[in-house]
Design a protein around this ligand. Structure first.
Ligand code: MEV
Length: 449
């Protein structure tokens, strides 16, 4: 395929034309299709165009909502942006289930974020570097003052800065490690700016110090926040007496609870299962993170690193039955989210999602997102240890087909009951329905079935 220079300088129209000509034999319908996703309001489209580079159109994902999420006695209607069917339905079903049993209880234990200046220092005497750093620590804070003033006014800022000797891992490798409180911002720009200033203070401070010439040389490798935020942690729990775990009519509650706990234990001892198990958790977490304009890649990275904190990749959720017969199910997950900054105050749909949630602060949003992850995991594991996961997927599929066949609401309700209570395939249900109604299914629908 063709190489192009200066693509970013082309107009949006010219970019689409180049794509249509280069990759689609000049097919103009490709351009029409891309344009059909532009927003009708030019100013809103311009806003979207400017979020990233080389924008040609918008990429649609469904935005669903899961109502009835009771978290710390407050009920939310949670927005979820996701392409995978059944996820929103599962979250809503779990939310309603736990609402009847006291809802989700959430706490944020800390909101510390971390960043590093990674550098190489080849001086002979590490103690002299340590001494210099301890004597000059306050200068690092003074020289970042112009960057931290606003954040401090909001109650945040730099919480600590330390020198870490990592030479046992790599020759000459040291870090300046800093802890930050960024309040309602995810804080990436703030943290990275502070770190870059630290690196300048380090270089200039060492050069003007009284250390030996050979001890003044420092090579800054990089300054960057860490997306691993084990001290920015949220915990959410649901609980109820075991005998209230009447999930699917046919499974006795204790049998369900024990099987459920066994499934969680399997995720704790078997990384193959843990990966899929946590993927299900992230179905919920990512969908809310995306809908609220948060960096779901950062959240994913941190969650998976946390899942490995004991040296083996494990489940992010846990479950137990207390001696007094109470079933407990909880998640503990690190999460750096923002309710200000980034696209949160710009993207119209993201703004809508924040408003829908009552414009929560970052801590509250952490609790909402983690609760959705827990709900999602409950729904997935519940299906897995009872009906099997395909039943839910097939139900969605069945209803898509029934809608196309214009089944009435009463007919759909009868069919739903039959499908949920009997071991019967979606195909058999559709065939029976068509026979009853005397419908001849056209080839297109037949193929979908
Ligand atoms: C599918 O997106 C997610 C599940 O595989 C999660 C799980 O297995 O726990 C259903």
């Amino acid at each position: 395929m063709q190489e192009i220079k200066g693509f970013s300088k082309l107009s949006k129209q010219a970019k689409m034309e180049w794509i249509a000509n280069t990759y689609f034999n000049g097919d103009q319908t490709v351009i029409d299709n891309l344009k059909s996703y532009w927003h009708s309001d030019e100013s809103i489209q311009k806003l979207h165009d400017e979020f990233v580079e080389n924008t040609i159109t918008n990429f649609y994902l469904p935005l669903g909502v899961a109502p009835n999420f009771e978290i710390n006695d407050k009920v939310y209607c949670v927005p979820m942006a996701i392409e995978e069917s059944s996820v929103v339905a599962a979250a809503a079903k779990s939310a309603a289930f736990w609402k009847e049993r006291g809802g989700f209880k959430a706490t944020v234990s800390n909101t510390n974020k971390v960043g590093h200046v990674h550098f190489i220092w080849k001086g002979r005497n590490p103690a002299s570097l340590v001494e210099w750093f301890n004597n000059n620590k306050s200068i690092f804070l003074e020289e970042t003052q112009r960057l931290t003033a606003n954040m401090e006014a909001r109650g945040g800022g730099i919480k600590s800065i330390s020198l870490e000797n990592k030479t046992h891992l790599e020759k000459g490798y040291y870090q300046l490690e800093a802890q930050f409180e960024t309040i309602d911002a995810m804080g990436a720009n703030f943290i990275n700016s502070c770190l870059e200033q630290f690196s300048k203070t380090l270089e200039s401070g060492l050069h003007s110090s009284t250390l030996a010439e050979s001890e003044k040389e420092v090579e800054i490798i990089m300054c960057i926040l860490s997306n691993y935020t084990p001290d920015c942690l949220v915990k959410v729990e649901v609980s109820c007496p075991v005998d209230e775990l009447n999930v699917e009519g046919s499974v006795p509650p204790l049998e369900f609870a024990e099987k459920f706990i066994r499934a969680i234990n399997i995720a704790n001892i078997e990384p193959y299962r843990a990966t899929t198990h946590n993927k299900g958790v992230m179905n919920g977490i990512d969908a809310v993170a995306l809908a609220t304009g948060n960096d779901f890649r950062a959240i994913e990275a941190s969650a998976h690193a946390y899942a490995s904190k004991d040296g083996q990749y494990k489940s992010l959720t846990n479950a137990t039955i207390d001696p007094d017969g109470i079933f407990r199910f909880w998640i503990e997950v690190p999460m750096a989210v923002g309710t200000v900054g980034g696209i949160t105050n710009l993207h119209p749909t993201v703004k809508f999602c924040h408003k829908l949630l009552g414009n929560p602060k970052a801590k509250e949003l952490m609790m909402i997102i983690a609760s959705t992850g827990l709900a999602q995991n409950f729904g997935a594991v519940r299906s897995l240890v009872t009906t099997g996961i395909q039943k839910g997927h097939m139900k969605m599929h069945l209803f898509n087909i029934l809608n196309q066949l214009e089944a009435t609401e009463t007919e759909k309700e009868t069919i739903r009951k039959e499908f949920e209570t009997k071991t019967v395939s979606h195909k058999a249900v559709i065939d029976a329905f068509c026979q009853l109604r005397g419908i001849k299914v056209d080839r297109k629908i037949r193929k979908e079935i």
